[in-house]
Design a protein around this ligand. Structure first.
Ligand SMILES: *Cc1c(COP(=O)(O)O)cnc(C)c1O
Length: 468
């Protein structure tokens, strides 16, 4: 087969065409997918074709078959889980990442993407007021960013206990105690599992889900060996931030490593509005966040930050004769994350930050929180609606009275298609959980959302009355 540049033209043009059709439809289309997965699976159910096909026709077939099964996550009316959309500059940069096809692991081999990612990392440290000498690794998401921070921590606390985990593994090592708040995110549990550390010891939290410093102090007093403390900046249900300065000081006084899971909430550090809520954040040892949530870059992009750059390299660095490594002594990108080969996923982060600037990034974060507040206020004004959390950031948890009613309103809301919000359980109660994470959500979307909830509520109320 021969490389002919013109062979890319028609399929790329098709991709642009279908991408634009999709993006053009976002402001008006229903948020939920039109068809369920079994229907999509049926649409794609054909044996592997024997013969080649025209690439442009492949793109057209793909886009056409997929369309009914796409969720409008990029819509300003999508409030599910904690998922951002994608900024125009970030999406476009992501396409270039694919066209360039750089394997982003080595500074020497792929200098452009290495330099771009290093700059994006430096901007993030500046924007979030994290220590400037920290190492920044670009992971697939928050789960792996937690994994990276906790891996660096595991190596450090075991090293301090005289145990080399890289050489000797965990078999026979001193036991590493992990302390985390009861509302720790599931991804931290996964990261600990991957690291062979098992489940954490859970520490009591207050009604907003913040870890209680007195409970943490008590838990730490019972720890004798190596210890990791996992804090949270941004609780999934309330958006609340753990008391950073006090908890990190307690951890450090006990010789423990302090890691912060800030998958969406770390971005609050960009704005002075949360300076006191996040006071002391910069004193932690490692931080995890997502760019594909609050920063609104395409999937998949998480960010791991470790204050001790040498520590992260000792966890992930690899030396072998066929990696020609950078002689300046700077860390190669592959020394900061689990993957050797990977796409240059930090490039869209650079583009997002370059397009927003500092002021635009701050406005983005503050705007999400403003809209969350407006949504909460609109919902609280509806009869029978209770907003359960203090709306301090982008998350709102709502009850409609009984659990059964809340579940039914949530389903009616999703079925309506005007918006998407997730059902969840918080502190033992069924909730409708709202996350304002899309850069394009505006006042009109907020109004549509409040209206959609009011309608879902009316449907459920009528159905209940009919049934009586
Ligand atoms: C989303 C989230 C994660 C996991 O991030 P992924 O990008 O989905 O891997 C971790 N912690 C919190 C608080 C989150 O909201």
């Amino acid at each position: 087969m021969t490389f002919r540049p013109e062979d890319y033209r028609a399929p790329l043009e098709q991709a642009v065409r279908y991408a634009r059709e999709w993006l053009d439809s976002l402001p008006s289309r229903p948020v939920k997918p039109a068809a369920p997965v079994d229907q999509l699976a049926a649409a794609f159910a054909r044996p592997l074709p024997e013969e080649p096909a025209d690439p442009a026709a492949v793109v057209a077939e793909l886009a056409t078959l997929a369309e009914p099964g796409l969720m409008a996550i990029g819509s300003g009316r999508f409030f599910g889980w904690v998922m951002g959309g994608t900024l125009p500059a970030a999406l476009s940069a992501d396409w270039l990442v694919s066209a360039w096809d750089q394997n982003g692991g080595l500074r020497y081999a792929t200098p452009a993407t290495a330099a771009i990612e290093e700059r994006a990392g430096a901007w993030i440290l500046d924007l979030l007021h994290l220590p400037a000498a920290s190492a920044v690794g670009f992971t697939t998401g928050g789960t792996m960013a937690n994994f990276v921070g906790l891996a660096a921590g595991r190596g450090a606390v075991l090293g301090a206990a005289g145990w080399d985990v890289n050489r000797d593994g965990l078999t026979g090592s001193p036991r590493v105690t992990v302390l985390a708040g009861v509302e720790v995110h599931i991804s931290v549990l996964l990261a600990l599992r991957y690291l062979g550390l098992g489940g954490p010891t859970l520490v009591a939290a207050d009604p907003q889900g913040r870890i209680r410093p007195d409970a943490l102090a008590e838990a730490l007093s019972a720890v004798t060996g190596p210890c990791l403390v996992v804090l949270q900046a941004g609780n999934l249900h309330s958006g609340a931030f753990d008391p950073m300065r006090e908890c990190i000081r307690l951890a450090h006084d006990a010789g423990a490593w302090a890691h912060v899971d800030g998958a969406f909430g770390l971005w609050a550090a960009a704005s002075p509005r949360w300076a006191s809520a996040l006071d002391g954040l910069d004193t932690a040892d490692s931080w995890a966040t997502d760019a594909h949530k609050t920063l609104n870059v395409p999937y998949d992009c998480g960010i791991a930050v470790v204050a001790d750059a040498a520590g992260i390299r000792s966890a992930f660095g690899a030396q072998t004769s066929y990696f020609v490594q950078d002689d300046a002594g700077a860390a190669d990108p592959m020394e900061l994350v689990p993957e050797l080969s990977r796409r240059a996923r930090g490039v869209p982060v650079w583009a997002a930050l370059r397009s927003l600037g500092r002021s635009g990034t701050v406005s983005l974060v503050e705007g999400l929180a403003d809209n969350a507040r407006a949504l909460a206020a609109g919902l609280a004004a509806l009869p029978g609606v209770e907003v359960l959390n203090d709306v301090v950031f982008t998350q709102v948890s709502v009850s409609f009275g009984t659990d059964d009613r809340t579940v039914r309103v949530t389903q009616a809301l999703i079925d309506g298609g005007a918006v998407w919000m997730s059902g969840s359980v918080w502190s033992g109660r069924a909730v409708l959980r709202i996350s304002v994470s899309n850069w394009s959500t505006d006042a009109a979307d907020v109004a549509v959302a409040v209206d959609a909830v009011a309608q879902a509520l009316a449907t459920v109320t009528t159905a209940a009355t009919d049934g009586e």
